[in-house]
Design a protein around this ligand. Structure first.
Ligand code: ADP
Ligand code: MG
Length: 152
């Protein structure tokens, strides 16, 4: 399994997909989110948070870069849109190596710092509320994850 594509038709459906993904996440997993402004990266993250049993409201961490939430697993939510350069050191490593799940919006902006093994989710506008979601696993663990989620 190299890549899985799904078309969704509403923000709620995007969250439902993310909630389902959350059930399969394990400590130390990293999810890179790519897509234009308004594509649904934060909406997807809200679904992940719900799926991890997080009851706090998840907002875009654009100004703080990283926010942490506590659920079944901790969730480290990053939005690196405003970083000055790819190598700016805000201690990302500690999050990636931590016991929680890390979600990075605009992940390619810190490409050099991302772990090689991760799940990348691309979100594309398709007009109105329709979005194309592409799941691209890198590494055995993430390929297995995608198999489990999308096999059924
Ligand atoms: P991003 O973080 O990628 O900039 P947001 O999740 O903050 O995007 O915003 C996405 C916006 O698009 C929200 O206002 C959301 O309600 C709307 N939207 C419409 N359809 C969808 C969809 N299918 N999935 C996600 N968001 C959608
Ligand atoms: Mg966002």
């Amino acid at each position: 399994m190299k890549q899985v594509e799904l078309v969704v038709h509403s923000p709620e459906e995007t969250k439902t997909v993310a909630r389902r993904l959350a059930e399969y996440l394990e400590p130390g997993m990293v999810i890179a989110l790519e897509g234009d402004l308004g594509a649904g990266k934060t909406t997807f993250t809200k679904g992940l948070a719900e799926g991890l049993g997080i009851t706090q409201t998840v907002n875009s961490p654009t100004f703080t870069i990283v926010k942490q939430y506590e659920g079944r697993l901790p969730l480290y939510h990053m939005d690196v849109y405003r970083l000055e350069d790819e190598w700016e050191d805000l201690g990302f490593d500690e999050y990636f190596a931590g016991d929680g799940v890390t979600v990075v919006e605009w992940a390619h902006l810190i490409a050099g710092q991302l772990p090689k093994e991760r799940l990348t989710v691309f979100l594309f506008h398709r007009g109105g509320d329709e979005r194309l979601l592409c799941f691209e696993p890198s590494g055995e663990r993430y390929e297995q994850l995608c198999k489990e989620i999308f096999a059924s």
